[in-house]
Design a protein around this ligand. Structure first.
Ligand code: CAO
Length: 424
């Protein structure tokens, strides 16, 4: 038995934000039925193609543990099928452009008429307000949610981050909302609307930067490098380079081999509690009793010099040696791991966080499995569906259509004849 076993998801999502949400629900055991446009499907199937004729990694890595059904939801017969799906499912998840579902004829009022227990969950770029109608992608959300203005170096332009906090981050927010709504429905018997705007999700992840905005109004942010460097603060939370976001100063420092390996670096935190051990490790025992260095406050205006001194030591060690030496001493450090290193990491393979999946069109590929581990709800990663692979199965087994009715639906252009699998 899995956590969400018995829950049926009408998955009307595409691209990244919505699919990450429904993939997670699938990993928790929900039956995820992905509705795609006949002949076209989720646009990502054909984006960044690396194996000609096969679904892209972009698609396969976001759509595990789902069934795919093709349905033209602008066609009268297709709408009838969608109505039946709405009646059968517990949750409808969508991330269309604002208004698209209404234009299809599926307003929230209509959905409630069809199924008062339905939870309708949406990702949109913005919540209600001046930008509510905008189409939004990842980097737009990072910029509008406060991430870009606070990422990068002080003397450079705003920078977007590689972590997909706008898309996958919002998908996670939406999944949490859906699970809470399912829990509430147990008591009320009613569904509800769940909205996760991408701007709000990014801002939630940038919470500490809004903290700093308010602290800035009361004085300089003393843990930021620019304080020690004597650079005045402006009106808004500045970009802080690789400064630690918390109260303990930290930086990225070079390690042995940095001249040729772009990832030979470590993160190093001068945790106050570990200061004396840091002094010993880097060969500066005299700093332990020096009033200019002994206390965190005294160190604030010398952080650049301190980190340069620590770097002289880290440059004599590999990033893994730094980890091995510092970890037992409770000095917080972290190697900068490349995607290659992560892909090959045996312990991530062991825990199922990196999984090898076999796909009939493209062969074996790596994916990120479920990052949340539950002791009583095991996750098996199942390859993504081909376009419309489960159309007939869902129409007959879930919705009760007869073979003749399915043929009529195809005839009417509501669905299409699906690709048959040669390999399976
Ligand atoms: N049958 C028939 N029509 C279908 C269909 C189906 N099965 N599935 C979708 N469509 C139609 C929609 O009804 C819509 O039609 P109208 O414009 O006539 O109403 C049309 O396909 C296109 O949908 P869209 O506007 O959502 O798609 P887009 O590619 O133009 O925009 C995106 C993509 C992501 C910018 C937009 O969907 C959006 O802003 N979504 C919300 C925010 C979001 O999730 N962004 C993150 C995406 S990941 O980076």
């Amino acid at each position: 038995m899995k956590a969400l076993e018995g829950v049926k998801i009408l998955d009307f999502t595409h691209v990244q934000s919505g699919p990450t949400c429904t993939q997670l629900l699938g990993w928790f055991g929900a039956d995820v039925i992905k509705v795609e446009r006949p002949g076209v499907g989720d646009a990502t199937r054909k984006q960044l193609v690396d194996v000609e004729g096969a679904d892209s990694l972009y698609f396969t890595m976001l759509n595990h543990n789902k069934r795919s059904i093709t349905l033209n939801t602008k066609n009268a017969k297709g709408k009838e099928v969608l109505e039946r799906l709405v009646k059968k499912c517990d949750v409808l998840v969508e991330n269309f452009a604002p208004g698209a579902l209404d234009r299809m004829g599926f307003t929230w009022e209509r959905i409630q008429e069809l199924n008062p227990r339905m939870i309708m969950a949406s990702v949109k770029g913005f919540g209600p307000g001046p930008y509510a109608d905008c189409k939004v992608y990842e980097n737009v959300a990072q910029c509008a949610g406060g991430s870009a203005s606070t990422t990068g170096f002080l003397d450079g332009p705003p920078v977007v981050t590689g972590a997909q906090i706008g898309d996958t981050g919002t998908g996670l927010h939406l999944a949490i909302g859906i699970i809470a709504a399912l829990f509430q429905r147990e008591k009320t018997g009613r569904g509800q609307k769940v909205l996760a705007p991408m701007q709000d999700g990014v801002l939630n992840l940038c919470r500490v930067k809004l903290r700093d905005q308010q602290r800035l109004e009361r004085g300089a942010l003393e843990e930021y490098s620019q304080f020690g460097e004597g650079i005045p603060f402006g009106e808004a939370t500045p970009r802080a380079g690789n400064d630690s976001g918390g109260g303990q100063p930290g930086r990225i420092l070079k390690c042995k081999g940095w001249e040729t390996d772009p990832n030979s670096y470590t993160y190093f935190i001068t945790q106050a509690a570990a200061w004396e051990k840091i002094c010993d490790v880097i060969g500066k025992p005299e700093w332990k009793d020096d009033p200019d260095y002994a206390k965190p406050r005294a160190r604030l205006d010398k952080l650049t010099h301190i980190f340069e001194t620590i770097e002289q030591w880290t440059m004599t060690k590999t990033k893994f040696e730094v980890m091995e030496i510092c970890n037992p001493l409770d000095i917080p450090v972290g190697p900068i791991l490349s995607m290659k290193e992560l892909a090959e990491d045996p312990s991530l393979r062991e825990t199922g966080t990196i999984v090898e999946v076999d796909h009939p069109e493209r062969g074996k590929y790596l994916t990120v499995g479920c990052p949340i581990k539950m002791s009583d709800s095991e996750v098996t990663v199942v390859r993504s569906p081909l376009l419309g692979e489960h159309t007939e199965e869902v129409l007959s087994a879930v919705l009760g259509y007869s073979a003749e009715e399915i043929a009529e639906l195809k005839e009417a252009g509501a669905t299409e004849v699906v690709k048959k699998l040669a390999a399976e």
